[in-house]
Design a protein around this ligand. Structure first.
Ligand SMILES: [Zn+2]
Length: 52
């Protein structure tokens, strides 16, 4: 069975990482809703300052 991440997190009020689905250490300051772990990966592309 295949489930697209986009559909999985479609509902509002989602408090899970959009990438891995984790709900711990979630970062939502910029409306990105990704966990700290994935943020480090994304930050590389977005040129964000290293978080933590
Ligand atoms: Zn994640």
């Amino acid at each position: 069975m295949q489930v697209k991440p986009e559909e999985k997190f479609k509902g509002k009020g989602t408090r899970k990482c959009r990438i891995c689905g984790a709900s711990r250490a979630l970062i939502r300051e910029h409306g990105i809703y990704i966990c700290k772990r994935c943020f480090r990966e994304v930050a590389k592309d977005l040129n964000f300052k290293k978080y933590g």
